[in-house]
Ligand binder design. Structure first.
Ligand code: AMP
Ligand code: GLY
Length: 380
């Protein structure tokens, strides 16, 4: 099979690498990808994920069997719908189903209607009423921009003043249109984990748990980032809690989406917090996490391409995992990340042992090899 992967980060490198390892996929191209992927024999093509028409032409003219969509933006923009209209199979939710990530209010309302455990909340679209709500409930409290905000739209406010400031920032345009609607919810406490699952819209195939590390600096200090590393599994959350989350959260969510006429196919990512009252949802994503994918997919012992191909053809997929070993991913970032990224550092050739792998993200081709081209450069 020939597969096109959409995206350019270490996540898409890990997806492409897993597809290549499986056996049934003979060729993987990533659009736009990055030059680091080519070190693994993965092809890249300079097509913009927002240019759906050009991607459709590319798939048709080059005989790709199907497409894997990595990032959330093209999913929320309806790339899967556009591929479907052109007769191309793409793995990922359509526009209607991707709302589970694209709108936090959509996700909260769905959970409320279907009794899926999550933080108590209220949604607002004006500053006055949200400020009054925050004052009434006090801190700690969590303020969330409704729409996509590149992982920055959540403020966990420990002081009332900070909460009021967060609400003002949202309505003041800090997060663009994403902040025109604001979800305010109770703060939950407990260990967190990401629980991802493959789903065909009816059944779910959960993966091992993982946890990403958001702060930029050593000792869990500094600003939040896209993720400085991750590990899998998450030993501080027991299998009984994970099993409860699968039964009370993952399966009911897939069922709810189907029941409401927005069936979800692809990777459902549940961000969970294991509270004293059991696991609850912090967020849903409509795709693989980054950097979680880089530590979860290396544990897949079955053929990723065959599994996805089965789902795309209404057959029963097989996914098997290495459950005995742990994985750890560490990000190499440019100086100044995430606030004042200094681009251009030379990336030396990295040699790792057979148990390790390098997944490239923000790299470009320089005169003498790869150079850093954005904040997160690679993950080992
Ligand atoms: P998100 O951008 O949705 O991944 O949220 C960023 C982080 O905010 C999460 O990883 C949690 O640590 C935290 N968070 C979000 N919602 C809550 C909540 N209701 N209670 C406590 N922490 C939260
Ligand atoms: N690591 C968090 C995310 O992918 O959204």
């Amino acid at each position: 099979m020939k597969v096109l992967v959409i995206g350019s980060g270490a996540r898409e490198h890990a997806i492409a690498h897993a597809l290549m390892r499986g056996g049934s996929v003979s060729e993987v191209t990533v659009a736009p990808g990055n030059p680091g992927m080519e070190l693994d024999g993965i092809r890249t093509t300079q097509l913009n994920p927002s240019n759906h028409a050009a991607l459709i032409d590319f798939v048709k003219n080059n005989g790709y069997d199907w497409v894997f969509v990595g990032p959330e933006v093209p999913l929320i923009e309806g790339i899967v719908d556009d591929f479907a209209a052109a007769g191309i199979k793409a793995f990922g939710p359509n526009k209607a189903a991707a709302q589970i990530e694209g709108s936090k209010d959509f996700a909260k309302q769905l959970m409320e209607r279907h009794d899926i455990p999550t933080a108590k909340y209220q949604t607002f679209d004006d500053l006055e009423r949200s400020t009054a709500y925050v004052r009434e409930h006090g801190a700690p409290i969590v303020i969330k921009a409704d729409g996509l905000a590149a992982g920055k739209g959540v403020i966990v406010a420990t002081e009332l003043e900070q909460a009021e400031e967060a609400v003002r920032e949202c309505f003041g345009g800090t997060f663009g249109d994403a902040g025109n609607t604001v979800v305010i919810e109770e703060m939950l406490t407990g260990p967190e984990c990401s629980l991802l699952a493959f789903t065909d819209g009816k059944t779910v195939r959960p993966m091992a748990t993982s946890q990403d590390h958001k702060r930029a600096l050593e000792g869990d200090l500094g600003p939040n980032t896209g993720g400085m590393g991750a590990y899998s599994p998450v030993p501080q959350i027991g299998q009984d809690v994970i099993d409860t989350a699968i039964e009370t959260i993952v399966k009911p969510t897939v069922q709810a989406m189907a029941d409401e006429g927005t069936p979800f196919t692809g990777i459902l990512y549940a961000g969970l917090i294991a509270t004293a009252d059991g696991p609850k949802v912090i967020e849903f994503n409509a795709r693989f996490g980054d950097p979680e994918t880089e530590v979860v997919l290396p544990k897949l012992t079955s053929d990723l391409g065959a599994g996805i191909n089965a789902i795309l053809n209404d057959e029963t997929p097989e996914f098997t995992w290495d459950e005995d070993n742990a994985t750890l991913g560490v990000v190499l970032a440019s100086d100044g990340y995430p606030t004042n990224v200094v681009k251009g550092a030379a990336i030396p050739e990295i040699t790792v042992d057979d148990d390790s792998h390098v997944y490239y993200a923000g790299v470009a081709r320089g005169e003498h090899g790869l150079v850093a081209n954005s904040g997160r450069v690679l993950l080992v």
